[in-house]
Write a protein that binds this ligand. Structure first.
Ligand SMILES: O=C(O)CCC(=O)C(=O)O
Ligand SMILES: [Fe+2]
Length: 213
């Protein structure tokens, strides 16, 4: 979130940035432009464009400084997560850094020229009733150099319903482990976690939300 605070106003009761005086609070707060909550004043006309640009530059600077602090403290830069979509294709450069958790151990996905890493996402985990599991993974930035990767998230469309397929339930004599949900609804839920992450990464909302006990 960002806010414009008026501290030099000669008018004690109103903002000094030309915002129509409806709300008399001395600041104008706004969220990341991807969250559709912002209501921008129409005057000055280029306020929105300038603010979104400044927001984006400062977010990048924040990420950079956060990474430097993490490096200095010896903390990992990446947060462990599973992908919610069906399949993710990852192409990483020779810096490496992608790690997958197996039996509690972090295993590096060693960079191989020309290779595409394929991650199974939670949608496939649900469709196969846990026969194929979505791996927990994270990214650590190698010390002293930058890292670039390209991720392609192959997904079902948001209106599609996702549930364990009969081939992995009835036909095997097994009960479904998840109740049916619409993919778009799940996306909305996990996006909330991305924009407003829980204190502990393990509290992030995952597909277990739809588990049948
Ligand atoms: O950068 C990478 O290697 C993977 C990034 C990733 O896990 C993700 O975007 O979900
Ligand atoms: Fe991922």
């Amino acid at each position: 979130m960002a806010r414009i605070t008026s501290s030099t106003s000669s008018d004690e009761d109103g903002p000094s940035v030309g915002i129509p005086v409806v709300d008399l609070s001395p600041f104008f707060a706004f969220n990341h432009c991807k969250i559709p909550l912002n209501v921008y004043p129409t005057n000055p006309p280029d306020l929105r464009e300038v603010m979104e640009y400044v927001f984006s530059c400062l977010s990048k600077t924040g990420g950079l400084i956060e990474g430097i602090i993490n490096d200095c403290l010896g903390l990992p830069t990446g947060t462990a997560h599973q992908d919610g979509n069906s399949l993710t294709f990852v192409i990483q450069d020779d810096a490496g850094g992608l790690e997958v958790c197996k039996n509690g151990e972090w295993i590096p996905a060693t960079p191989t020229p020309g290779a595409i890493i394929v991650n199974v996402g939670e949608t496939i985990q649900v469709l196969t009733n846990d026969k194929l599991k979505s791996a927990m993974h994270r990214v650590t930035r190698p010390k002293g150099r930058s890292r670039y990767s390209y991720s392609f998230f192959y997904s079902v469309s948001p209106e599609k319903w996702v549930e364990p397929l009969p081939e992995f339930t009835e036909q095997l004599g097994e009960l479904p482990k998840y109740r049916k949900f619409q993919f778009g609804e799940y996306l909305q839920l996990i996006k909330k976690d991305v924009t407003n992450p829980p204190q502990r990464p393990e509290d992030a909302l995952r597909v277990a939300h739809y588990s049948i006990e």
